[in-house]
Design a protein around this ligand. Structure first.
Ligand SMILES: [Cu+2]
Length: 373
């Protein structure tokens, strides 16, 4: 049973159960803040992977990293570094899909979007939300590096910089037509397909139009919007209605949470929270394809938004030693569910081998081997 949602509930599920998740709305927000600006090197070379006492699983010791890939804020990249990243994304969009049985994807980039669409119902609003997206981003970064000669790390967009200021989100350098990902959708250039049952979670108001400047002006997506399969442009609907959910106070509220479950909920947002949060706020603030629960990775900015969320999680993990390997939460949206553990398997389908959550908890051990600066 699904119903039509309001525009501002783009990431809402209509059938979430109202047990403990609904009670987290009033979690107290202390003034505790965690610096996100310090170079994250405190565990470099020292991490060891714990084994779970509860069940067997992958219990191999974390492999050491030969070096750490630096993930940096987009605006700290120089013009050449920005161009290198954009060119690598364009490369991924030009490579044929690795999965020859995939008849929809025309490129490696499409393949990533397709896997998110088919995974979305099982990797959101559940305990594996953050781990799954961490691993998904890692596979994307690895593809850029191994298949498209990119030598850097996934950049992130720290939207608190715009959200804390009087500036519009659209003023962010990520939207620059020359050095960034292009700007706002042009009104009147795109009409999304009807979604009479609501199952595609398409909200026409969020689709201002096609992005017609920048490197992705000529991009044709083959998946989406939603679960539809249509050839269409990259769409956006950038707006400032989400700024209050993307500012540094919102991030501080998230990192102040005392356990993983409360932290994950405070990051992820509606419908288990009464208002938007940083995750759904970023999706809705960019709008268009990014506003869609299923097909959002069709906008290359998806990966910069989620890298920032991953950075915030890393910050929370590093704030107390016990948090580095803390993971809990329901395994599915609907019962019967189990409580996920470090042994829970993250499946990214054709994008790479399945791994246990344990293996990606410490980003500074293999297969992660990256750091946020
Ligand atoms: Cu997602």
């Amino acid at each position: 049973m699904r119903s039509k949602f309001a525009f501002l509930s783009l990431f809402a599920l209509s059938h979430f159960s109202s047990h403990a998740f609904a009670q987290t709305a009033s979690i107290s927000n202390s003034n505790q803040t965690i610096s996100l600006n310090n170079t994250d090197t405190s565990l470099q070379g020292t991490s060891a992977t714990p084994t779970s006492g509860a069940s067997a699983g992958t219990t191999t010791a974390a492999a050491a990293c030969p070096s750490l890939i630096e993930r940096r804020e987009w605006r700290t990249l120089d013009d050449d570094e920005k161009a290198n990243y954009i060119n690598a994304v364009l490369c991924l969009q030009s490579l044929p899909p690795a999965d020859k049985t995939n008849t929809v994807a025309k490129s490696r980039f499409d393949e990533f979007q397709g896997v998110h669409i088919s995974s979305a119902d099982s990797v959101h609003l559940v305990g594996q939300f953050l781990p799954w997206h961490r691993y998904y981003l890692l596979r994307y970064e690895t593809a850029l590096r191994e298949e498209c000669y990119y030598e850097g790390g996934t950049p992130y967009w720290d939207w608190t910089i715009e959200a804390d200021s009087e500036d519009s989100l659209l003023s962010a350098p990520v939207f620059d037509a020359e050095s960034g990902f292009g700007g706002e959708g042009v009104p009147g250039t795109y009409t999304p397909p009807d979604d009479p049952t609501g199952e595609n979670r398409i909200f026409p108001e969020a689709f201002h139009g096609c992005v017609q400047d920048g490197p992705f002006a000529n991009l044709t997506l083959h998946y989406g919007p939603g679960k539809y399969i249509t050839d269409h442009c990259l769409t956006r609907g950038v707006n400032d209605t989400m700024k209050e959910f993307l500012n540094s106070a919102a991030v501080a509220n998230a990192t102040a949470q005392p356990n993983f479950e409360l932290f994950r909920i405070e990051v992820e947002g509606e419908p288990v929270t009464p208002t938007h949060k940083v995750h759904d706020g970023g999706h809705i603030g960019i709008g268009g394809e990014m506003s869609n629960f299923y097909s959002s990775p069709g906008d290359p900015l998806f990966f910069l938004h989620h890298a920032n969320l991953d950075r915030i999680w890393r910050s929370w993990q590093m704030s107390t030693p016990s948090r580095l390997f803390e993971v809990t939460g329901r395994s599915t949206v609907d019962p019967p569910y189990t409580n996920i553990t470090l042994d829970f398997i993250l499946d990214v389908q054709t994008l790479g081998p399945a791994v246990a959550i344990r293996d990606i908890m410490d980003i500074q051990s293999s297969p992660g081997c990256y750091t946020y600066v």
